[in-house]
Design a binder for this molecule. Sequence first.
Ligand code: PHB
Length: 370
Amino acid sequence: MSALPAVAAAEPQSVTALFQPTRVGAIPVTNRIVMAPLTRNRAVGGNVPSPLAATYYAQRAGAGLLIAEATQICPEGQGYIATPGIHSPQQIAGWKSVTQAVHAAGGRIVLQLWHVGRISHTSLQPGGVAPVAPSAIAARAKTFTAEGFVDVSTPRALRLDEIPALIENYRIAALNAIAAGFDGVEVHAANGYLIDQFLRDGSNHREDAYGGSIENRTRLLAEVAAAVAAAVGADRVGVRLSPVSSFNDVADRQPQALFERAVERLDALGIAYVHVIEGETGGRRDLPFDFGALRRRFRGSWIVNNGYDRRSAEAAIAADDADLVAFGRLFIANPDLVRRLREDAPLNALDAGTLYGGDAHGYTDYPVLG
Ligand code: PHB
């Protein structure tokens, strides 16, 4: 019998846990690298995903999991020009081309379900009416319309008797996403959009069952997640949260207690994952908040996001602070990001001028390694 080597040869860098397969609920993934949802404003007539979207997402199918861009669940859920929806047959057909291309390339893809609430403009709303929100409080925020960059409109408060139909819109949108071939859905509860507006006491001044206490302000999130989970299976549902981000003018006096309870309620539903933006959206990470306290309350997969690179992503997974790590801007500029990270290859620079709107340039023409 030959002697075993006393010390195993050092593992090549390429096989750290970041590059190892795992599961996210029911979804098997080839690595722990996630493409974050990214608004690109290239939808075509009727807010149908661009024909180029199939190429764009398939180019990035090396990610363990792709989270497709924020997609409105209903016409009232739109807040920016040329964002796609998932409420019409044409939109479902458009998304089908995307999911088929991603699956053919060996990837997995979920759809982010979006309702912007008050982050909208009357010109984007059916009938030109005010957007809806928990309370009639305007956000100090801007949006992009056919007339350019404008202040968002003052919303009207949703009536209590309108909330069941709102939840039903999420449920139908989730079913539409599965019909379009998605592997699952992510409920967008971050970044100051509708569900986040209900969560935070700065934007939610309601005095009914959906406002006031933390229990009441987390109710819409829990009811939407429950309805979506019942429709498509909890093991195909994720939720995105941004507990300390002030993006789109949201704030809360007690974010730690609020988001601990939010995560407890999501855990009780047995959903596949929580996806958390650590710090300001696309900005500073060093805000006081105990993200570990959230993670300890959740038994599914924990996806982190915000300015990670290969080393910090590997460190987060090694420390068990995360199961997977989402990358946003790096994925826009580097379709083959997984390979580049694994090989420590140089990264393409982002062209900020082609982020929002436009054609193939800055969308499907970033170069890959030879
Ligand atoms: C944006 O369009 O700027 C946008 C959309 C969704 C987000 C964040 C930003 O979650």
